[in-house]
Structures are given as structure tokens and as C-alpha cells.
Design a protein around this ligand. Structure first.
Ligand code: TXA
Ligand code: MG
Length: 342
């Protein structure tokens, strides 16, 4: 196991060499596992978004990963595991964490727990914290890859730091081409929005990042309400989930949220059958879900944002999206994308 020294300066220019794209079949997965074992960086699909994988214990590979993403090294990574037994070797699951894991794994739930005494996730990937984020993804390619590697795989979203998370192999290449070794192309990710992150280090779980497992679903299972870490203050959240910086998911265009009236020259991100006034003014219109379905909207969010951003409009007007269920996470990402320009 490689040792690491807390923080690494990642302002150094990232490595440049051709990125290979392979189909996510048995041969592709086997090659991806070999590449990871040799210290390489491999992007692969999960049910939420594409992750950029490195072997969790390999501090050199993790340092390359931070450089490729241009991600600050104080922002820790999620360890991806094949199952609960593997997660228990990485972190200490208290009874509540264990219940959550048994109910929702494999699935889009990340648990922040105390690191196990011999935690194989290197210090760099944990940003020197005594906690660790663990998750078991519900995607056959991700699970097959982790199983083939036989070790925890750390995987942040496979985008450059601060940009929109990738839901296709093409999105990954748009950000990371020639900075990573391999992309396993498994088609569009089914859920499309990152996992929900719960801090399980205290008496009661706290929500660090709303995500594609709705808070209501978790609350129902626990028969308790879940507090949001840091309340509504994004900066406060940033101090507990270091990656939750206000300026995230940056589009080139400005975002205007909860729009009821479209202005000339704007692109429009619509939701549901009801259009904002003057929708005909939109230079380009995409609907997250014509029926107003939040699950469909989550799956379309990042790809639609990319397409509207590429339209060249200076501003993307976003129709109101309800704050319930997956709407909480959708609104969280849109708020961050809007904040990036303010
Ligand atoms: O759906 C997902 O979670 C995707 C797929 C690839 O699994 N991954 C993902 O990773 O979104 P990333 O690195 O983009 O976001 C992980 C978040 C960051 O905000 C980071 O700060 C937080 O998890 N995190 C990781 N370890 C933590 C810890 N020990 N304490 C608090 N927050 C932590
Ligand atoms: Mg990310």
C-alpha cells in the first residue's frame, strides 16, 4: 500500500496522453481493471454519473486523479465498494449506518463514517480526515469493475473540478480527454444525478448533499427527520462536505432560476406541461420532463444544461422546479450553477 503525505499541490499541469475508449463489455472491464491495478485512471459508469476511478490505496494514482480533474486536494473522494462487507473494512458502520446500507445499497447513497483502523483508502483520498465516504453503486459495470479489481476504488465525478457532472462517455471526454487512461463506455447513466451524502458520524444522520435518493425516502425508513448540515447556507455546507462549494456545476452561460417570464435571447430549461410566459422568445428550449416527472428531470438535467450552454445563449432561464423529492437535489445543483457566475 502506498503511503501518502496529507496534501499534495495539484497546480502542476495534468498528464497528457491519449485516452482510450472501450465498450463496457467483459473484455473492456478486464482491461479497465488491469489499467487501475497498474496505477491508471479509468472513467466508468455508475447509476448516477460517470466516476473517475483510481485504486483507493494508491496515493500516486490518487494524486494523478486530483491533477487530471484540477481538483483541490482538500476535497476528499468517495470509496466505491462491491458490498457491505467490503465497506466495513474501510469504515466503521454504526447501527444506523448499517441499517441504511442494508436498505439502500447497492444504490445512490453515500455514507460518511469513521475510518476503520486499517482503512485502505489513502490519506490523500480522504484529505487527511479521520472519516471516509463509502458507497456501493447500483450499476453492473461499476460493480463488475470493482469486483475485478478486488480493492476499494475511489471515484469522484469524471468532470473537471467545478464543471457539470458527466452522464455519458462523451461528456467525460469533453472534460478529460488525454488526461486519463481509459473511458469505459456503458451508455448514458440511468439516474443522472449524484448520490445523496449522509454524515453518519454523529448521533443522527445529517444531509451533506441532497442527491438521487430522496431525503423523504430515507426519512420514511428511519422514521425521523434528517437535518441539513449547515442549514441553507452553502458556505457552511462547504465546510462539512468540502466539495460542496458554492461555485460548482459551472456553465458558461448565466442561469436565472424560477423564471416565470422568458426574456429575449434566453435559452429555456422547461419543466412540466406549464410553460413560463414568452416561452416563444427562447432561442432554444429543452424540457427536463414534459410530464413533470422529477425522476426523468434528474436523468436529463446535466445533459440538457450542457446542450443549452452550447447553444451560445448568454443566459439559461430555468422554469420553477418543486423542492420536494428529487427536486431538492435538482434545485441544489441549479443553485450552485447559478452561484458560479455571481
Ligand atoms: O454519485 C456519486 O456520488 C458520484 C459517483 C461517481 O459515485 N461521485 C461523486 O463524487 O459525486 P464527487 O467527488 O464529485 O463528490 C463527492 C463529495 C464531495 O463533495 C466531497 O467533499 C464529499 O463527497 N466527501 C467525500 N468524503 C467526505 C468526507 N469524509 N466527509 C465529508 N464529505 C466528504
Ligand atoms: Mg463532483
Amino acid at each position: 500500500m502506498a503511503a501518502s503525505t496529507g496534501t499534495v499541490n495539484v497546480t502542476a499541469s495534468p498528464p497528457k496522453h491519449p485516452t482510450r475508449t472501450l465498450a463496457a463489455d467483459a473484455a473492456g472491464i478486464a482491461e479497465a481493471a488491469r489499467t487501475l491495478a497498474a496505477g491508471g485512471l479509468v472513467a466508468f459508469p455508475t447509476e448516477t454519473v460517470y466516476g473517475l476511478g483510481a485504486i483507493a490505496s494508491d496515493a500516486r494514482a490518487v494524486a494523478r486523479l486530483y491533477a487530471a480533474k484540477e481538483r483541490p486536494s482538500f476535497n476528499p473522494l468517495i470509496a466505491h465498494l462491491a458490498g457491505i462487507a467490503a465497506a466495513k473494512r474501510v469504515g466503521i458502520l454504526d447501527p444506523v449506518a448499517k441499517r441504511l446500507a442494508e436498505k439502500f445499497w447497492p444504490g445512490p447513497l453515500t455514507l460518511v463514517v469513521r475510518a476503520a483502523p486499517d482503512c485502505p483508502v489513502c490519506d490523500l483520498a480522504r484529505a487527511g480526515l479521520d472519516t471516509v465516504a463509502v458507497r456501493v453503486p447500483a450499476h453492473p459495470v461499476a460493480l463488475a469493475l470493482i469486483a475485478a479489481v478486488g480493492e476499494p476504488v475511489v471515484a469522484p465525478s469524471a468532470n473537471r473540478s467545478g464543471r457539470i457532472s458527466p452522464t455519458t462517455a462523451g461528456h467525460v471526454l469533453a472534460d478529460l480527454r488525454d488526461r486519463i487512461d481509459l473511458v469505459l463506455d456503458g451508455g448514458p447513466t440511468p439516474v443522472g444525478l449524484e448520490s445523496t451524502i449522509l454524515d453518519c458520524t454523529g448521533d443522527l444522520p445529517r444531509l451533506l448533499r441532497p442527491g438521487s435518493l430522496a431525503r423523504e425516502t430515507i426519512e420514511k425508513m428511519l422514521a425521523a427527520t434528517i437535518a441539513v448540515a449547515g442549514g441553507a447556507q452553502i458556505e457552511a455546507v462547504a465546510s462539512v462536505a468540502p466539495g460542496q462549494l458554492a461555485s460548482h456545476y459551472a456553465t458558461r452561460a448565466r442561469l436565472r432560476l424560477d423564471v416565470t417570464d422568458v426574456r429575449p435571447g434566453e435559452a429555456l430549461l422547461a419543466f412540466g406541461p406549464k410553460r413560463p410566459r414568452h416561452a416563444e422568445r427562447a432561442v432554444k428550449l429543452l424540457d427536463l420532463s414534459p410530464q413533470g416527472d422529477l425522476i426523468e428531470a434528474a436523468a436529463n438535467l446535466f445533459a440538457h444544461l450542457r446542450t443549452l450552454d452550447a447553444s451560445g445563449a448568454a443566459t439559461i432561464a430555468v422554469a420553477p422546479i418543486p423542492a420536494k423529492e428529487l427536486g431538492e437535489a435538482i434545485r441544489d445543483r441549479l443553485t450552485r450553477a447559478a452561484a458560479a457566475r455571481e
